[in-house]
Ligand binder design. Structure first.
Ligand SMILES: NC(=O)c1ccc[n+]([C@@H]2O[C@H](COP(=O)([O-])OP(=O)(O)OC[C@H]3O[C@@H](n4cnc5c(N)ncnc54)[C@H](OP(=O)(O)O)[C@@H]3O)[C@@H](O)[C@H]2O)c1
Length: 338
């Protein structure tokens, strides 16, 4: 085994970020062994990763639950590194921290020495409370979600590993494409269906956008150089755009041109952040971005965020236009009826 040969357990390997990470890790210059579990081996993504050499352990019904502890331990045992990316369950926000505790306990038991965790840029907002009246703190369901993400970070950072790194991405560029466009609680579908984006952001608000491949590249860099990345909570922001700029870039790509997609600013309906995401289905405010659609705090999502990740990753971060270019096939599949 070469000095750098490693075996990595990747959670969410069949997810958008995890699959990008798997592809990077199994290829040169890494040539790492990658292990994971999935709840369905028959999906095209599980099959294509298997063909690349990713090892899915268990019978293909394995979730991050104590019911599958034995298989999860078997899967993690040969590993030296763990990528921890857990999907929040909005009906039970305590679930992901529970899953994190399980996976971290098993990782420790297996002798894993390094963990790279993926949480959310929003955790910075919890850490830097503001007295500035023009900025709003996270509220409602969004705040509870961020608190759960912060708890996951604590579970990782206090886990006693030789090296840990937390990656905090902003708004995923992949949210504008299927399968996320429809699954992000339906909110962003209006961009395709109505050619509008209803938002609590303001015209001058800057949105921090993240390419999932940039997260994967950063995670891979951290696995390669644990010393350099140990003890860091890095904001991963690939591009910074206003809502209008996002829509112009997307509109251009799908043949509508600038102005073809229109923002709908709903500052008045966002007056009470307390109502955030609490199932107000009839309100236009539930459009435009899922459970945080009414979150005024996102207007200042980049406040106090140090974008130092840029200097730690090889090559430039991906612009939103570059992302759409690279994902052209998915863009076409998502916006077929234009
Ligand atoms: N969307 C955003 O704008 C945004 C912004 C910041 C941070 N994030 C963070 O991004 C993460 C999600 O990453 P992603 O979008 O790359 O993931 P994703 O594409 O949604 O993939 C979800 C993955 O989770 C696995 N999974 C879900 N529930 C599971 C369970 N109970 N047991 C085992 N596996 C389970 C699925 O595996 P199988 O189906 O194969 O079992 C799949 O691989 C979350 O932590 C979220 O907080 C998202």
């Amino acid at each position: 085994m070469s000095k750098h040969h490693q075996t990595v357990f990747v959670t969410s390997a069949t997810g958008i970020t995890g699959s990008a990470l798997c592809r990077i890790l199994v290829a040169p210059p890494f040539n790492y062994t990658v292990r994971s579990t999935t709840r369905d081996r028959s999906t095209p993504i599980a099959q294509s990763l298997t063909a690349l050499g990713v090892q899915f352990i268990g019978d293909g019904t394995i979730s991050w639950s104590s019911a599958h502890e034995e298989t999860l331990l078997e899967a993690t045992k040969p590993c030296t590194k763990l990528f921890l990316c857990l999907l929040p369950n909005l009906s039970d926000l305590s679930e992901a921290p529970r899953q994190a505790s399980l996976m971290i306990r098993l990782a420790k038991q297996a002798g894993i020495t390094q963990v790279v965790g993926m949480t959310s840029l929003g955790v910075f907002m919890l850490e830097t409370p503001t007295t500035d009246q023009s900025r709003f703190p996270p509220s409602g369901l969004f705040k509870a979600h961020l608190q759960a993400q912060s708890k996951i970070e604590d579970i990782i950072t206090t886990g006693g590993f030789e090296s840990w790194t937390i990656l905090r991405p902003g708004f995923l560029m992949a949210n504008f494409l299927e399968p996320k466009l429809s699954s992000l609680h339906g909110g962003l579908r209006e961009i395709r269906d109505d050619k509008t984006w209803t938002t609590c952001l303001e015209p001058h608000s800057k949105l921090g956008l993240t390419d999932h491949v940039d997260i994967a590249r950063l995670a891979a860099s951290a696995f390669f150089a644990p010393g350099k990345f140990h003890g860091r909570e890095l904001a991963v922001v690939s591009d910074v755009l206003t809502v209008q700029e996002v829509l112009d870039v997307l509109g251009e790509k799908i043949g509508l041109g600038p102005g073809g997609l229109e923002p709908v600013y709903i500052a008045d309906e966002c007056a009470s952040g307390k109502e955030t995401g609490q199932g107000r289905e009839s309100s236009s405010a539930v459009k435009g971005g899922g459970f945080f659609a009414k979150e005024r705090c996102l207007r200042n999502m980049l406040h106090g965020v140090d974008l130092e990740a840029k200097s730690t990753i090889a090559g430039p971060l991906v612009s939103f236009g570059g992302f759409l270019e690279r994902e052209e096939q998915v863009v076409n599949e998502t916006y077929t009826h234009f």
